[in-house]
Design a protein around this ligand. Structure first.
Ligand SMILES: Nc1ncnc2c1ncn2[C@@H]1O[C@H](COP(=O)(O)OP(=O)(O)O)[C@@H](O)[C@H]1O
Ligand SMILES: [Mg+2]
Length: 592
């Protein structure tokens, strides 16, 4: 706790953020420089005021009053300009910093592998990129305004006060430690509450985001009441803690007032005696009171900075977690050197083992070996959870194998750059999504150079052209929140069209026609066999009828291959396959 109060922790972390100031170096340097000017102009004012009183007013010297007053007005004007400049540069620097930080996080997230993404939910990434960055931005703004100002003010005010009258300054020597200890004790009790507030705020955010993402599920299950209660609970917890935290902090204000008033009374008492004995002048007493006010205010400002820092710590932690995340799927140095591209589309698995977590005991894929020749169509079939998706996700290195290797065109996939490997492979994921925008934009998204003819051809092959043309705006139809909603099957067909538009050497479809009716699916198959002869196609399917005609069917069970062959071979020789087939066809197996 002590170390946190000393700010070591958050300050140390700030060093990691320094690079994001790069472009705003000038603003970052100017802001504190202007603070110094501002502080200087402000700090001499009470002393000049005291001179006006003691020298000008007491001696009835009008020209001295006017002259000194003029200088004071001039200094005030400079102070105002410096202050406005400081606000300008502090906001400039902090807003710019936040933009750079967001950009860096965004770029980093783009590089995330699937296992990196498994560790962060997308709603938490949104919070980190928006809310957390905002909080750190505020801290930067505040630091550029107050972090130098408060200690500088404190230091100057103390020095001047001692110069005015060192024996009166002993009051300051008592007031500063008293107030510091009070603030320290309040913060020590209050800061843990603030940490709790932040944690509970996170929980409320999580509930909100989860609920909004799944709002349709909530409605269809009529669970609104349940969700309302859940939200209400975390909202109440947040409120209770926030009240506790702020009731600790509001204590700072009256305590400071008390210390300040006692100090002023002491100054007036001792100072008054000194005036009577002629050691001290009225103006000096006035300025002394002003300086002690400034000193104590600076202390309070510092405590506010400390508070903001500690509240931002959790946010900073979460931001750094993203920035420091180790990306586990990256280009090897050799890959960049060799600069190979995928051309033919041959795929070979050699004794591949895979598990999602290094420390899990069981492999998700066990000793997988098979080969697919260029232009061949291979089907993968198996129960849910048999690791079909996992298997195909290893080919474009969405995850890396744990043991064994995967070759594409006789080259280990890890010897390609990710860019080239993935350019050669189109994977239609099981959960695939489109972006908001027109149909044409969505299709071109995977291949910006595609011509209109190519777009139409791909849409025809995916059996999407006809329904696209049935929309009034055809290819210009806007999808997404502000546009039309399309059915699951239509969406799947657009995803397939988007994938083949990239003209990959290898096309992988992970259960991509599950929502497409059987006859449309058959049409997709037949246009593939006509137009995608050169393409190696790996299809994962639930229904055997979808892949019955494939030359090679791989049957997976619990992460292992338990059969390979044509449909007829498997029916004849594989009991599991036979069982799946007849259960799907709702036919009784012919008596053996
Ligand atoms: N991202 C993941 N992290 C951890 N385990 C996973 C992940 N994805 C899948 N699994 C697990 O791996 C196994 C195989 O899943 P999956 O490949 O999706 O099977 P299928 O596609 O055949 O339904 C399942 O036990 C599943 O729970
Ligand atoms: Mg799957």
């Amino acid at each position: 706790m002590g170390t946190r109060l000393l700010l070591c922790n958050p300050f140390f972390k700030m060093r990691k953020y320094l690079i994001f100031f790069g472009k705003y170096r000038r603003a970052v340097l100017l802001a504190p420089a202007l603070v110094i000017i501002d502080v200087f102009c402000e700090i001499v004012q009470p002393e000049m005021m005291s001179k006006i009183v003691d020298n000008g007013v007491m001696n009835k010297n009008l020209s001295y009053i006017l002259q000194t007053g003029g200088i004071m007005v001039g200094l005030s004007l400079i102070a105002i300009v410096a202050n406005v400049g400081n606000i300008y540069y502090s906001s400039h620097a902090s807003v710019g910093f936040a933009a750079e930080l967001r950009k860096a996080m965004f770029i980093k997230i783009q590089e995330f592998s699937f296992s990196n993404l498994d560790r962060f939910t997308s709603s938490s990434l949104v919070t980190r990129l928006t809310n957390d960055v905002n909080i750190v931005q505020e801290v930067i703004m505040m630091s550029l305004r107050l972090l130098i100002r408060a200690p500088l003010m404190l230091l100057f005010a103390v020095i001047i006060a001692i110069r005015i009258n060192s024996s009166l300054a002993t009051i300051i020597a008592v007031a500063i430690p008293v107030l510091s200890v009070c603030i320290y004790m309040i913060l020590r009790r209050g800061l843990p509450f603030f940490e709790q507030v932040q944690k509970r705020l996170d929980k409320v955010n999580a509930v909100i985001q989860e609920n909004l993402v799944n709002v349709r599920v909530v409605k269809s299950f009529v669970r609104e009441d349940f969700e309302k209660k859940k939200f209400g609970r975390s909202n109440d917890e947040l409120r209770e803690m926030a009240v506790k935290a702020s009731s600790m902090v509001v204590l700072i204000m009256p305590v400071m007032q008390l210390v300040m008033n006692i100090s002023i009374v002491a100054i007036v008492w001792f100072g008054g005696n000194k005036i009577i004995s002629g050691e001290f002048q009225v103006g000096q007493l006035m300025s002394f009171v002003t300086y002690i006010t400034q000193i104590l205010m600076s202390l309070m400002m510092l405590s506010m900075v400390i508070m903001t820092f500690s509240r931002a710590e959790a946010s900073s932690e979460r931001i750094l977690e993203v920035l420091d995340a180790k990306i586990d799927v990256v280009d090897s140095p050799e890959a960049a050197e060799q600069d190979l591209t995928v051309r033919q589309g041959k795929v070979v698995f050699e004794n591949v083992f895979f598990k999602y977590f290094p420390d899990s005991t069981e492999y998700v894929l066990k000793d997988i070996s098979f080969a697919v020749s260029p232009g061949e169509i291979v089907a993968v079939i198996g129960a849910t959870g048999s690791a079909k998706s996992t298997l195909v996700e290893l080919i474009p290195r969405l995850y890396d194998v744990t043991r064994g290797r995967i070759l594409v065109d006789d080259v280990d996939v890890r010897d390609y750059t990710l860019q080239h490997l993935r350019a050669g492979i189109s994977l239609v994921l099981q959960q695939n999504d489109l972006f908001s925008g027109t149909i044409r934009e969505n299709l071109k998204w995977g291949n910006m150079r595609a011509t209109d003819e190519e777009i139409v051809a791909a849409a025809k092959d995916a059996q999407a052209h006809d329904f696209i043309m049935s929309f009034p705006l055809q290819y210009e139809t806007v999808l997404g929140q502000s546009g039309v909603n399309i059915s699951g099957g239509q969406k799947q067909r657009l995803c397939i069209a988007r994938a083949i538009l990239r003209k990959p050497a290898i096309l992988i479809m992970d259960d991509s026609t599950s929502a497409v009716d059987m006859s449309t699916e058959a049409k997709i198959r037949s246009s593939f066999s006509q137009h995608l002869r050169q393409t190696t196609i790996i299809i994962i399917a639930q229904r055997i009828s979808s892949i019955q005609s494939a030359k090679k069917i791989i049957l997976l069970d619990n992460g292992a291959i338990i059969g390979t062959g044509t449909h007829d071979e498997l029916i004849a020789g594989n009991a599991v396959y036979k069982e799946i087939y007849y259960s799907q066809e709702l036919k009784d197996a012919p008596a053996a």
